[in-house]
Design a protein around this ligand. Structure first.
Ligand SMILES: [Zn+2]
Ligand SMILES: [Zn+2]
Length: 276
């Protein structure tokens, strides 16, 4: 069992689009999206970007018996770590994969199967041991024992995405990525999902200044994260899914501005642990 027996979130990958290791990004981190949420020792994972590999090594040592991995969606930056997730190959632990963004007629198992198929990848999906695949509709409540409640909402992203709210022990953590906002029109689906949350992790790929050049790319801004947090009474906002082109110096600038604008705002950094 983890020493983090309470409710907490650890950031194994904080980048969007593509991994960007290097001296310019070493402080905030270069791995793509992967979050570990612990509910009293019970391990939940959100997304399987490149950050999933190291988390997998840790879980393989720990042997928790069951792991639930929820995808916000299946774009490459959120699934590319899955073939390198050690627990999926181990017989004595069950990995449950979940997705709520796929349209009728598509399944998560097929998407992962096709990603790990020749000539793209040498080890096919059927090498995985004791894995289960679940497709659900956003909005559907999922209860995982003991006392873990997961709700979700559809996001505004090409090919769909699903935002999550995880509640445990009277506290809540929301993960809202990837999503594009409409200027001056807060997304009702997002507002309803995050209302009153203790912690909200939000797609802040761009700044408001950059945003007009990227309409239709499916991403949002750190300023929108703070506007939504204000509108929905979120206690703490976490700026997340950083643009690979935003180096540490640039992220420091965002950190300064964001904490002036809304004290307590956190800029996600690799291996950071937060508690709601
Ligand atoms: Zn992404
Ligand atoms: Zn995406």
């Amino acid at each position: 069992m983890s020493d983090r027996g309470d409710f907490s979130i650890k950031f194994w990958g904080v980048r969007g689009s593509i991994a960007c290791p290097g001296p310019e990004t070493v402080r905030y981190g270069g791995n793509t999206t992967c979050l570990e949420i612990r509910c009293g020792g019970y391990p939940l994972v959100i997304d399987g970007g490149t950050g999933l590999r190291l988390l997998g090594s840790q879980l393989a040592k720990e042997r928790p018996g069951r792991i639930d991995l929820f995808f916000t969606h299946t774009h490459f930056d959120h699934v590319v770590g899955v073939p390198f997730f050690q627990p999926a190959y181990l017989k004595d632990m069950t990995v449950h994969f979940w997705a709520g963004h796929l349209p009728e007629g598509q399944t998560l198992k097929h998407v992962l199967h096709d990603m790990m198929m020749a000539p793209l990848f040498p080890v096919p999906l059927h090498y995985f041991e004791d894995c289960e695949y679940h497709d659900f509709r956003p909005g559907q409540e999922i209860i995982l024992g003991p006392g873990i409640r997961i709700t979700s909402a559809p996001l505004n992203h090409p090919n769909g995405a699903c935002g999550y709210r995880i509640e445990y022990g009277g506290k809540s953590i929301c993960v809202v990525t990837d999503t594009e906002h409409v200027p001056n029109t807060p997304d009702e689906n997002v507002l309803n999902l995050i209302r009153g949350a203790d912690l909200m992790v939000y797609d802040s790929m761009f700044t408001d200044e950059e945003f007009p050049r990227f309409t239709g790319w499916g991403h949002s801004t750190w300023q929108e994260a703070l506007r939504l947090a204000d509108a929905a009474d979120v206690k703490r906002a976490v700026v997340f899914h950083h643009d690979p082109n935003h180096d540490d110096a640039f992220m420091d600038q965002i950190a300064r501005k964001a904490s002036q604008r809304r004290p307590g705002t956190v800029i996600a950094q690799e291996l950071m642990v937060l508690r709601p």
